[in-house]
Ligand binder design. Structure first.
Ligand SMILES: [Zn+2]
Length: 286
């Protein structure tokens, strides 16, 4: 809702606006039982795979349940758009909106990325984030958001009439077609709202519009995840580069991103098991 109201404020309007906000989804009951074990395990990592994501492109990677992966800035500040799926069932995929409702607009250490209905379980737990110092800045901005969707050629065309083929939506689709041998239509329908890795975003104070600003990420920075299930990840190196000026074009300077996959030499998690799907009985009152 913008400042284009057609109605005068009612007499008690100000009073109605002074009601106290209530957190929609208090999340204190979500416990990460093995958090301290994750922290022990992550100190003894052994790299087993490495994938370089070229600028303005995307690649797939797989991570076994119980292993870790990192997304790292290498050559220069660069934003990434991440999709996650249950490796054995692509119907179970990252649910950005519910993750936002549970953890807030931006993610960091100890937050989890939740899967779609009817599964609703953590796909990953974020175990380390070198940008956790950033917090929120004076503009209300922060990093690793779940408020943007992913840059895409439909919105680009809506706003400027262009045909641009290297938005994150297209990059993610192309990676699924090329690497997973999916039909284009099926691949595109699997692409979902992302975790905007390293992207610095917020809502403006006046109109509450989605904004971006130069990512604070620097080479060597990384965000690290513990895989709660066997995962398929797809990561796009956004055409917006550090997203300091514009995206959905070839204008910005772009850099590659690195995904590293690790197992742990520690046996502290040897009795650990993947989380179960939601216990809701799915009867829906029918
Ligand atoms: Zn993008």
């Amino acid at each position: 809702m913008k400042n284009n109201s057609q109605h005068p404020k009612p007499e008690d309007g100000e009073k109605r606006k002074l009601k106290k906000p209530v957190i929609c989804y208090p999340n204190e009951t979500i416990k990460i039982d093995r958090w301290s074990d994750y922290q022990i395990a992550r100190k003894n990592l052994n790299k087993i795979d490495e994938i370089i994501i070229p600028p303005r492109d995307a690649k797939c990677f797989e991570v076994k349940a119980g292993n870790f992966f990192r997304i790292e800035s290498i050559d220069g500040p660069q934003v990434g758009d991440l999709n996650l799926f249950n490796l054995g069932n692509y119907d179970e995929k990252f649910y950005s909106g519910k993750t936002r409702a549970l953890h807030g607009t931006h993610l960091s250490s100890k937050d989890q990325m939740w899967s779609s209905f009817p599964y609703l379980r953590p796909l990953v737990t974020i175990t380390y984030d070198t940008l956790d110092w950033y917090g929120f800045d004076q503009d209300g901005g922060s990093v690793h958001d779940v408020i943007g969707t992913r840059c895409d050629p439909y919105t680009k065309n809506l706003l400027s009439n262009d045909q641009y083929h290297f938005c994150c939506h297209s990059n993610l689709t192309r990676a699924l077609v090329k690497e997973k041998k999916l039909e284009q239509k099926e691949a595109e329908s699997l692409v979902h709202d992302v975790l905007n890795v390293f992207m610095c975003t917020g809502f403006t104070n006046d109109t509450h519009q989605y904004f971006m600003k130069a990512s604070p990420v620097r080479p060597g920075d990384y965000i690290e995840f513990f895989a709660e299930l066997d995962l398929l990840g797809v990561l796009s190196a956004c055409p917006g580069g550090d997203c300091s000026a514009e995206h959905s074009s070839d204008t910005a300077t772009c850099y590659p991103l690195k995904v590293s996959v690790f197992n742990s030499n520690s046996n502290v998690l040897k009795d650990w098991e993947s989380p179960l799907i939601s216990k809701y009985n799915r009867s829906h009152g029918i």
